[in-house]
Design a protein around this ligand. Structure first.
Ligand code: TXA
Ligand code: MG
Length: 345
């Protein structure tokens, strides 16, 4: 298949991409979180193409993207009051909610579940494309299954060239981490995947919000409620370890480890910040952003992981980023990328 790459601002680009979606094809598009790989969510055959292109396990459900709140009624069997309040505050935006589904949504889109995940993104290109494509667009992150989510059209092309019909280039994603997922189908809303919208922000709107135990306990006997959270994810090719503790101790330990590995002939990489990057004596040091600006860390995490894949390093050490607002989301992705290898100092 020949994959067309077009800039979203080109004349008729969005209409053309929408036409592909209406015909049952695949179009990758920008959102404010990460790039999505879109197909018509109400067409089981179209949704099946997403699983094939990504190499995604078929029990891992897709998020249905809508552009108007009214469109939720046709796919959600019940819209609880908490969901209405959260939508009012955070839609369009980086929030996904889980509802009981109606018959309109095929099981091929929900991985066989009776629930459906729904999000209304805020990116203007995404909103225009959803409308042009028929209103209900299933879209996982547009990466090969297991790789970091794409935050630029070039990332999408690296994974999907030849596998999908079209890539709409809308520039880099602003947030850089996937949406917060909240299950609103039970009595108390439960966070299934942390994201830019954190627990405190949700609680301000609806009172108590819980966090799926599988996200906290990091215990393989507790099954995460979002099927996708159980898979190994975001892993770079090199071995990645996180070094956690007071900043000075972390820098000292990483420098010690670099020395040790370099003597063994390994090429070592470091994920540092603007504040610490000068403190490492050797190795390929990449700054992920500024600690004083945690959004910059979220925005660059996946691109830094992808950049290391293009280098020769076989071992990466990363600082930890337990920042106040996005820390839970950033560390959730980083810990997965590291296969849970954490050195505490
Ligand atoms: O920011 C985002 O959410 C991006 C952009 C493209 O919108 N999309 C995204 O999709 O991250 P994906 O497929 O990479 O992640 C969807 C997650 C998976 O972990 C999946 O298991 C979970 O949502 N999920 C989907 N439907 C679900 C459901 N009915 N119940 C529980 N979890 C669900
Ligand atoms: Mg994904």
């Amino acid at each position: 298949m020949n994959t067309i790459l077009v800039k979203a601002e080109e004349k008729d680009a969005i209409l053309k991409a929408g036409e592909i979606l209406r015909r049952g094809g695949l179009t990758a598009f920008p959102t404010e979180t990460v790039y999505g790989l879109g197909a018509n969510a109400l067409d089981e055959k179209a949704a099946a193409k997403i699983y094939a292109a990504k190499g995604r396990p078929s029990d891992n459900p897709l998020i249905v993207h809508i552009a108007r709140f009214e469109d939720l009624e046709a796919i959600a069997a019940e819209i609880p009051e908490s969901a209405r309040l959260l939508a009012k505050r955070f839609w369009p935006g980086p929030l996904t909610m889980i509802f009981r589904k109606t018959e309109k949504v095929p099981y091929g889109t929900t991985g066989g579940l009776d629930t459906v995940a729904v999000r209304m993104p805020s990116h203007p290109v995404a909103l225009a494309l959803i409308e042009a494509g028929g209103g209900y667009i299933a879209a996982p992150s547009a990466n090969t299954s297991g790789k970091p989510s794409p935050t630029t059209a070039a990332h999408v092309a690296a994974d999907m060239d030849g596998r999908i019909d079209l890539i709409l280039d809308g520039g880099p994603s602003g947030i850089g981490l996937e949406s917060t997922i909240v299950d609103v189908s039970g009595p108390v809303p439960v966070i299934l995947r942390p994201g830019y919208i954190n627990q405190a922000m949700l609680e301000e709107v609806v009172g108590e919000v819980q966090i799926d135990q599988a996200l906290i306990r990091d215990d393989s006997t507790v099954r995460p409620k979002a099927p996708g959270m159980k898979y190994k994810h975001y892993a770079p090719k090199a071995d990645l370890k996180i070094v956690e503790g007071p900043q000075e101790a972390v820098v000292r330990e990483i420098n010690r480890l670099i020395g040790e590995k370099t003597l063994q002939g390994e090429k070592v990489g470091v994920i540092a910040t603007e504040e610490t990057k000068e403190l490492y004596q050797e190795g390929l040091v990449k700054s992920i952003g500024r600690r004083m600006d945690e959004e910059s860390i979220g925005r660059h995490l996946y691109s830094v992981l992808r950049e290391f894949d293009e280098s020769e390093v076989s071992q990466i050490y990363s600082e930890a980023f337990e920042t106040p607002k996005m820390g839970q989301a950033i560390m959730n992705r980083l810990v997965k990328a590291a296969g849970h290898q954490i050195i505490k100092v």
